[in-house]
Design a protein around this ligand. Sequence first.
Ligand SMILES: Cc1cc2nc3c(=O)[nH]c(=O)nc-3n(C[C@H](O)[C@H](O)[C@H](O)COP(=O)(O)OP(=O)(O)OC[C@H]3O[C@@H](n4cnc5c(N)ncnc54)[C@H](O)[C@@H]3O)c2cc1C
Length: 378
Amino acid sequence: MVNRVLILGDGDAGTIMANKLRFNTNIKDVEITVVGKSKTHYFKPDGIHIAFKMVDYKKSVKPTDFLLNYGINYINGEITKIYVEDKFVTLKSGKNLAYDYLIIATGDRFVPEDIPGYDGEAKHFHDLQHALELHEELKSFKGGKIVIGQSSIPIMCPPSPYEFTFLLEEYLNSRGLKDKTELHYIYPLNNVFSIPNVADYVSKIMDERGIIKHTFFNVDSIDPKNKKIQSIEGENINYDLLILVPPHRGQKVITDSGLADESGYIDVDRYKLTYKDYDNVFVVGDATNLPISKAGATAHFESVYLANRIASETSGNLYDEVYDGSIACTTATGYERAITLYFTYNKPPRANFDSKMDYFLKWQSADTFFSSMVRGIA
Ligand SMILES: Cc1cc2nc3c(=O)[nH]c(=O)nc-3n(C[C@H](O)[C@H](O)[C@H](O)COP(=O)(O)OP(=O)(O)OC[C@H]3O[C@@H](n4cnc5c(N)ncnc54)[C@H](O)[C@@H]3O)c2cc1C
């Protein structure tokens, strides 16, 4: 019997998952189909560097279907509803797709409309278009007050706002603008990051570099006319340039299918990655509601676990391992410095030092990603 594995989403998680599973299973036993609406695959971590023109953005994009290995079916289209009870999915084209195993990897989306005044005023670096626009903005910046941060929790790649802030500080220095600029960092929690140990380390570097911190700052609204940002907690800050990662939510199709509330993030078993009691429905990548997990590296570790599990099950073997919450992430602390965080559910990360070697890892990541990681090799 051929087992039909249907993967929803053609981003990092869906592509890595499909490629890893293809490596682990025989084409005669397991049929793999990926559905997604992308034409191109953008390596999102490059957004931080693209905003400073440190990398050529054309190298950060590849055709989506080119990254799927031989023996994987790809359907380019929009998923409109998921019926887990009846084991099928509908597409906008009118097509229905039945499955034996379902893997949901639909990621999340921006919801700038949640913040009055955001659209057209705030800049960010979380997609290619906005990273390129931000570069133009920074090029013409002559000094003033920059407010930078994230509007709410969760967002994709939680360290990205502090990474960007450190590179921005270097950039302003290199252009002789540091003395003419005030850098204000805002964060929704009571420290500058959600993991205490990392937050303390990052906070110390911010103090050393004169970055002014505002914690417990959950963005309520933006007043573009008076160039003012207001928090739910009642604090106001004026700015000349506002760099703000927009609020995120899971995909609408997830809420519409009754798999999640308005947040759009799916509640999963954190060890098995299963949805409710369905042992044939899994969720990987940013689509889950797992805390501090929204990283391509998470999708990678989750896919390793799940590919092994499905390969074992479909070949009649028992698989009793679990996903242990592994995440590895290298984040820049300056032009030539970075820290690498590695952690699991039981082992918190340790942020003791940044180094040039770690930065080298970061620098290589697009090449490594496209040539091996996304292809399921690493
Ligand atoms: C600035 C920045 C820096 C980052 N740095 C790092 C880093 O250093 N390390 C790291 O590990 N991670 C990093 N990340 C995070 C990482 O890029 C994401 O966590 C990862 O891309 C999420 O992958 P995903 O597949 O879950 O979601 P996505 O890549 O968003 O993929 C979801 C896919 O589903 C498709 N889809 C959704 N809904 C539908 C539908 N209804 N019908 C059809 N298709 C649909 C979408 O088209 C999309 O292709 C960074 C992210 C940003 C923005």
